[in-house]
Write a protein that binds this ligand. Structure first.
Ligand code: BGC
Length: 462
């Protein structure tokens, strides 16, 4: 489809049960990092080290969502979304990282904050979707070894138990992890994200403990909230070879980027045929019985898709023997502020790819969106490129749905401009512009476009 082709959908085309939401993460929006008993997480510590956040900024204030959630959710309602995805700050709820089962405290003020937030959603008729872990590991647990320490599986189980006991009677949509691949590789192997560790030695234990926590978390939610829909999310991208000779490089990158965490959860084990170094997990890291414990029958899978990847063979990248061919090198015209290629068809392809797994029952697009440079002109933000991004990616979601793939919702990343991790506040992904000096909110043209799609009885028009 060409950006100039007319859209051929309105919200009814997606069906009346289709979920329309935005996705957010605690650390990126809440601020209030030292309020009401919250203790630091790895991002607080990492962000204070020189040079780790490109702009030198911190998330201490972010969008002040901790104080502004009521008016922000009213705005969310006004835009017409019927679901709101947010994550729980682990160290706001369990300041020692561990829960009572391991001698830690529960912070009642932290529990109360999310309770108010959930109630506000419910009062507005917005379905709350909780993510248990969106990258903000309590610093107290990092000091005890973090994800490379096998005990993390029990610590995470504590956290899942406390949260589901607190909110399970009201919240029926639970996501265990946000993008396990991103936090394990960037946090413990390349060091670009918190806690900023760089070692190959840690990588396999981190992967394995994450995959175990993913399944264990699923079991706890199911046990404590039997009527919940339980899912988890994956970052994913179709992988294309740069030249026909790069086919095997593409297969290896696909195993790493798209298969590493879904396949163990489906009982298929790690993709070690394509990536032989993963075989050491079963031989050296896993304990007896672990390989069976990796499986859990999730009710849904959340796909988080932004771009496709094009790769080539590389002898300089150990274990993977492949590297990315950047959009710049490929002369791609539409690139976002993150340097990502805008390539709508990749949305259709990735849904199709995951739809081929027998064990996947339902798919939600739990994140998709784009950072473009936004300018406020006469109090308005005309983010045409972002409007087109969502229109064209949604068109491809619809294409997959009409072919019978079980895709049942779309969460735009993201509601408010926010703290974009190591990039600071510069890349703006929001449907709502945030002036970080005044905390003023301005609904962008993209937010208005969703509002029109979701609230008006009109066929969507450009
Ligand atoms: C993450 C978000 C992030 C977004 C844009 C996803 O990988 O879940 O936290 O802000 O992508 O980079």
């Amino acid at each position: 489809m060409n950006p100039s082709d007319p859209l051929n959908f309105d919200r009814h085309t997606f069906g009346s049960d289709f979920v329309w939401g935005t996705a957010t993460a605690a650390y990126q929006i809440e601020g209030a990092v030292d309020r009401d008993g919250r203790t630091p997480c790895v991002w607080d510590t990492f962000g204070r080290q020189k040079g780790k956040i490109k702009t030198g900024e911190t998330a201490d204030i972010a969008c002040e969502f901790y104080d502004r959630y009521e008016s922000d959710l009213l705005l969310h309602k006004e835009l017409g979304f019927n679901a709101f995805r947010f994550s729980l700050s682990w160290s706001r709820i369990l300041p020692d990282g561990v829960g009572p089962a391991h001698g830690g405290r529960i912070n009642e003020a932290g529990i109360a904050f999310y309770d108010r937030l959930i109630d506000q959603c419910l009062q507005l008729g917005i379905t709350p979707w909780i993510t248990l872990y969106h990258w903000d590991l309590p610093q107290a647990l990092e000091l005890k070894g973090g994800w490379p320490n096998r005990k993390i599986v029990d610590w995470f189980a504590d956290f899942a138990d406390v949260c589901t006991k607190a909110y399970g009677h009201k919240v029926k949509h639970w996501i265990i992890l946000n993008e396990p691949l991103a936090f394990s590789i960037l946090g413990y192997f390349t060091g670009q994200h918190a806690p900023g560790r760089r070692s190959f030695r840690n990588l396999l234990p981190v992967i394995h403990h994450t995959a175990l926590a993913q399944a264990e978390g699923g079991r706890i939610v199911r046990q404590n909230v039997p009527d919940a829909l339980v899912g988890t999310t994956f970052s994913c991208s179709p992988i294309d070879p740069f030249t026909p000779g790069d086919q095997s490089a593409a297969i290896r990158v696909d195993a790493l980027m798209n298969r590493l965490f879904i396949e163990p959860s489906l009982g298929l084990g790690y993709p070690s045929k394509e990536l032989p170094f993963l075989a050491s997990i079963a031989k050296k890291v896993a304990k007896p019985g672990d390989m069976e414990r990796l499986a859990f029958d999730f009710d849904f899978i959340g796909l988080q898709h932004y771009f496709r990847a094009v790769v080539e063979q590389s002898y300089f990248m150990p274990y993977l023997w492949a590297k990315d061919v950047t959009p710049l090198r490929r002369n791609v015209q539409t690139i976002t502020e993150m340097g990502w290629e805008v390539y709508p068809e990749s949305m259709y392809r990735i849904i199709k790819q995951f739809g081929q797994y027998e064990g996947i029952k339902k798919i939600y697009i739990t994140e998709s969106g784009a950072a473009f440079y936004d300018q406020v002109e006469k109090g308005q933000v005309h983010d045409k490129a972002r409007v087109e991004y969502h229109q064209n990616y949604l068109q491809q979601v619809l294409r997959a749905k009409q072919e019978g793939l079980p895709v049942e919702g779309y969460f735009a990343w993201t509601f408010l401009d926010n703290f974009e991790w190591a990039e600071g506040y510069r890349p703006r992904f929001g449907l709502v512009y945030v002036d970080f000096r005044t905390q003023q909110r301005i609904v962008k043209a993209s937010g208005r476009w969703f509002q029109q799609l979701l609230t008006e009885e009109l066929v969507a028009v450009r």
